[in-house]
Design a protein around this ligand. Structure first.
Ligand code: PMP
Length: 438
């Protein structure tokens, strides 16, 4: 294909309109292209691996709505489930069977999860898991890792990844000092730092939360033994261990990262959080874990948590159809597509002499624009974001939409067929040369 022009007049006009009525023109910051510059593409439709923007251009989608679209856009089985559910009503505010079926599906997949409570976003899931951990332990402090993102929960925004990293914000304004002081931030993959934090304040720590494998500072898997060490240390100090699988859940394997790395000799995390894939592109997320901890939630226990749209019948239908569609063949295809694209990216960047490294968590990967290994947020920050920006725009002009940030995973779906993968592979050498001259 010939390259698309760098300007996108219809998207630019929509962005102008958007900026009048929506801060920064977007409803989630990374969409704004702040770190890469240029005009975000307004999407009018999506099918399989393809996006169509307001200027009528077609892109291979390597964002997948930041993870959920594991089967590709508008997958026929999911679309049918959504139509059928919507035909029976949009929201009841009363129990419905799909909620039970989705909860059963999650519990059946992730062995240490006895029960789940459904919510509408990953942020709600982690926020609620933290409250539950505090209610269970009667303690306040939370330990998190620099560069891990757990949604925009006050106490979890300290040194957060994702958009906070992309915009180079150390922290968020508007978080009360008291909330920030409740969080202890330690470097990822650093057992000694975790030991030291617990040695100092272990009897006040309610929970340690970690991304099961980090994906919000680029992909940084836990080093061998790291997760086990977190389990051991939290148990020794009577704190709960929360594994955030919002991104990795049902993507890295049918049982998420736990399915790849677990079961652990020292026992499983106490609580898990899920989102993205389990909602199939609709607002559904969950937190869950040990039955004795979950029993503390209202109405059975004193920890309050609720939601008008929680367990929404259309969202749960989409999530259920998506999880049921995640067959072994789907995971095989994700592996093949990821490997083909990552290998081609590495080859192109090597040929153009651009320093880079590709890192993996199962079939989830990202490309860092620096030499590896990348073990921590400090390592991830030391990459050449200008080179990434040039690379990103060259890919966009060649009809491939990457995440507009050097700190994000590249997400593929099982619907990425040979045509879509071929377009990515074809685009990479030119983009690598653009990165070389940035
Ligand atoms: N936890 C992790 C690991 C995530 O990747 C995200 C979103 N990227 C969240 C929590 C927050 O989820 P949401 O955006 O649905 O609130």
């Amino acid at each position: 294909m010939t390259a698309y022009p760098f300007d996108a007049p219809e998207s630019a006009a929509l962005m102008k309109r958007a900026e009048q009525v929506i801060p920064g023109g977007v409803n989630s910051p990374v969409r704004a292209f702040r770190s890469v510059g240029g005009t975000p593409r307004f999407i009018v439709s999506a099918k399989g691996p393809w996006l169509v923007d307001a200027d009528g251009r077609r892109y291979v989608d390597l964002v997948a709505s930041w993870g959920p679209m594991i089967l590709g856009h508008a997958h026929p089985a999911v679309e049918e489930a959504v139509r059928e559910a919507a035909g029976k009503g949009f929201s009841f505010g009363m129990p419905s069977e799909n909620e039970v079926a989705l909860a059963e599906e999650i519990v059946a997949r992730v062995a240490p999860v006895d029960q789940v409570r459904l919510v509408s976003s990953g942020t709600e899931a982690t926020m609620s898991a933290i409250r539950l951990a505090r209610g269970f332990t009667g303690r306040t402090l939370v330990v998190k890792f620099a560069g891990c993102y757990h949604g925009h929960v006050d106490s979890l925004l300290a040194s957060a990844g994702s958009g906070v990293a992309t915009l180079a914000l150390p922290d968020s304004a508007g978080v009360p000092a008291d909330s920030a002081a409740e969080t202890i931030v330690v470097p990822y993959n650093d057992v000694a730092a975790v030991e030291a934090a617990f040695a100092e304040r272990g009897d006040q720590i309610a929970a340690l939360i970690t991304e099961a494998a980090a994906g919000n500072m680029g992909v940084i898997p836990p080093e061998p033994g790291f997760t086990e060490a977190l389990r051991r240390i939290t148990r020794e100090h009577g704190a709960l261990f929360i594994s955030d699988e919002v991104m990795t859940g049902f993507r890295c394997s049918p049982a998420g990262w736990y399915g790849l790395e677990g079961p652990y000799a020292d026992g499983a995390p106490d609580l898990f959080t899920f989102g993205k894939v389990m909602g199939g592109g609709f607002p559904a997320a969950a937190f869950g874990g040990r039955a004795d901890i979950m029993a503390l939630l209202a109405p059975t226990g004193p920890v309050y948590q609720a939601g008008t749209l929680s367990g929404n019948p259309v969202a749960t239908a989409a999530g259920l159809a998506t999880l049921r569609g995640c067959t072994p063949e789907v995971y095989d295809r994700l592996g093949v597509v990821s490997r083909t694209i990552a290998d081609a990216a590495a080859e192109a960047l090597t040929a153009a002499s651009v320093p880079h490294t590709v890192q993996w968590a199962g079939s989830m990967f990202s490309v860092f624009f620096r030499e590896g290994p990348v073990r921590s947020y400090d390592d991830a920050k030391a990459q050449d974001t200008a080179a990434f920006g040039a690379f990103f725009h060259a890919m966009l002009a060649a009809g491939v939409h990457l995440p507009p940030s050097a700190f994000e995973a590249w997400f593929v779906g099982a619907s990425h067929d040979d045509e879509a993968v071929g377009r990515v592979v074809e685009a990479l050498p030119g983009a690598a040369r653009a990165a070389a001259t940035a």
